[in-house]
Design a protein around this ligand. Structure first.
Ligand code: AMP
Length: 409
């Protein structure tokens, strides 16, 4: 038998119900905020991610599923949503249509990471890209939309960290200062941080090994006046609407962030980030588009489900239709199907099985009631309705079936 590929998973019920539940909650929240859904392809040219996600990131350096297609193009399975959305924004000339766009996506992402709890090679992200506004209000709104999704889905214990990474005016000087500081004690750095020092020195600050030690003594980011003003305004707009802490060591993994970054965390395990995001004012232009500012987030659906816990969603009361004899099958089928047409949840149809097996299946399916049809019932134009909870039975005339069933559910 051909088995599942390592690091990939089948998502079975009730897990699959949780996915639907969080997606519906997100869609509701996005619509309330005036965001439109965008569905982008799973595959893009690899260079899209190299140019946007950044060739200093782990995602691009080590984790991309890339391959050559028959036409000799180098393609990649998307490791995140932002590059595809920004490409579509530029290609569809969205900037000319409207100065501001809120675009949301729901889709699977692929990263060839070492499989472990909370880290999968295929996982789902729900994300928002709010493109066109440089205002601090857009940062605050983005964070609050994420909060509303998290709350609507029922996650209670989470914390929010925010920080400002500065802008092209104030960050380079800080980067230089930090590198100078880190080089003084280069040998003490972990292997990963030694590499990061050249590629992405800010990431040393949130390294699980070196981060806490370095962050305590390293020089702190000095934001320019405009960045300070921006960050203060973001905080003012968040105050009273969401609890958060400022974490000066929060840098996030991607290259393109400017100014505000944020992370929603739940629990204290290694994989505790349920969502993250930030502002990326330079990305659209660097990808060949106009100079438009943007801010966005991506939430990991598997992590969000783990943080919420497995609460089975409320299911509708189900009717299970049972036929006791070949002569009754056609009528039983008719009623089962017509209940569905009337928006009543009707399961069953195992008419070639005996009564015991059909009842067992009804139990497994979690049915609240069974409608039984045997030759005696058929002769009298009635069904027997069995209530599984009480064990009681009653007869229902064919012509009263919908009103009777509706009144039960
Ligand atoms: P990122 O795109 O790296 O900023 O990640 C955004 C969110 O996606 C994270 O906060 C996680 O919740 C989730 N995520 C990232 N990588 C994985 C993975 N390999 N498996 C499951 N969830 C992930």
């Amino acid at each position: 038998m051909t088995k599942l590929v390592r690091g990939f998973r089948d998502i079975l019920a009730p897990q699959s119900d949780y996915f639907t539940e969080i997606e519906s909650a997100a869609r509701r929240v996005f619509k309330l905020a005036g965001a439109d859904e965008i569905r982008i392809p799973t595959v893009e040219l690899k260079e899209l991610f190299v140019k946007s996600t950044g060739d200093t990131t782990d995602i691009v350096q080590k984790e991309m599923y890339s391959f050559e297609d028959a036409g000799g193009r180098t393609l990649a399975l998307r490791p995140e949503g932002t590059p595809g959305v920004v490409r579509a924004y530029i290609e569809n000339n969205f900037a000319a249509n409207s100065p501001v766009q809120k675009l949301f996506y729901i889709g699977n992402m692929f990263r060839a990471e070492r499989p472990q709890a909370g880290r999968y090679r295929e996982f789902e992200q729900i994300g928002l890209e709010y493109i066109g506004s440089a205002a601090p209000a857009a940062d605050a709104e983005t964070i609050l939309i994420l909060k509303d999704i998290v709350t609507a889905f029922g996650i209670k214990n989470y914390s929010v960290k925010i920080n400002s990474l500065g802008c092209p005016e104030c960050r380079p000087a800080y980067k230089q200062e930090l590198v100078k500081y880190l080089k003084k004690d280069f040998d003490a750095l972990c292997d990963k941080c030694k590499e990061r020092l050249e590629r992405n020195p800010l990431r040393v600050l949130d390294c699980k090994i070196d981060g806490p030690r370095i962050a305590a003594n390293a020089p702190k980011q000095k934001l320019c006046a405009t960045c300070v003003e921006h960050f203060e305004e973001v905080k003012n707009l968040l105050n009273g609407r969401i609890d958060y802490t400022v974490d000066e060591n929060l840098v996030r993994g991607l290259d393109y962030y400017t100014r505000t970054v944020f992370e929603f965390q739940a629990g204290d395990g290694a994989q505790n980030a349920i969502a993250g995001g930030g502002r990326y004012d330079g990305l659209v232009k660097s990808m060949g588009g106009p100079q438009v500012p943007a801010v966005g987030f991506a939430m990991g659906v598997e992590r969000a489900i783990a943080a919420r816990g497995e609460i089975a969603p409320k299911t509708e009361n189900k009717i299970f239709v049972i036929s006791l004899d070949k002569t009754c099958n056609a009528k039983a089928f008719e009623i089962m199907y017509s209940l569905r047409v009337k928006n009543i949840c009707a399961d069953g149809g195992l008419f070639d099985k005996n009564l015991k097996t059909q009842l067992k299946a009804a139990d497994k399916a979690g049915a609240a009631y069974a409608l039984l049809l045997g030759p005696d019932e058929l002769a009298k134009n009635i069904f027997t309705l069995r209530d599984f909870k009480t064990g009681s039975q009653k007869e229902i005339k064919f012509e009263n079936i919908y009103t009777e069933v509706k009144s039960l559910l």
